[in-house]
Write a protein of this length. Sequence first.
Length: 251
Amino acid sequence: MKNGFQLYDTHAHLGLARHSGRRQTAETLLEAMDRHGVDRSMLLPFPVVDDFRREHDGIAEAVRRYPKRFAGAACVYPFVSPEAFRDEIKRCAEELGFRAIKLQPQYQALNPVGTRGDFLYEAAARHRMAVIVHTGSGVPFALPSLYILPARRFPELPIILGHGGGSVYMLETIVAASVCPNIYIELSSLMPHHIADILAHVPSNRLMVGSDLPESMETEMHKMLTMAIPDLAKRDVLWNTAERVFDAPLG
Ligand SMILES: [Zn+2]
């Protein structure tokens, strides 16, 4: 809680990243969350890992220990066998309680335009998970507009454009979210004036905040906390949208 606002960081990483050598533990993340008033974080595996099952088990363990502070997401290299992909997503949903699948096109070149990549969206839809896709660096497959097509093929599936396309492609996220009601935008890495542009076109109940790394947590939360917008809209972006998409009971 910060300045009377609950904060949901929808883009936090936990585990060991093979591409960068970075290791993030639950304890150091919690420390940063406590320091910056973040109530809850969505834990994403890093995109390049030695063993995705082990990374998922690590996230599940953190969620089990701190169920109020953490939610979990899966990230499976999309070119493992179709059975291995399906089985691991099923395990993450049914046994570990994860509510999202992360796709990182910079390291996982799954073409979102053709239907051959639909198995990922099908798996998410089947288990009522959301898809969080990194956008920005990693074009062409990280271009926000390309996700209009899977969003239309899977109209019930929430697709969250991570980093809002970054500064260079943020206008595309506005287009994508404007034409697809199931496209959401996570705002990390954008400049405050970009966020103001997005808010002028996309309803606040489809926006969310993320830090990506603990070092940016304060900056990312501060950007939204200090925006000159009504408190109701702020509450959506800082908490309500994420809670609705990730934590609503499956019923
Ligand atoms: Zn990330």
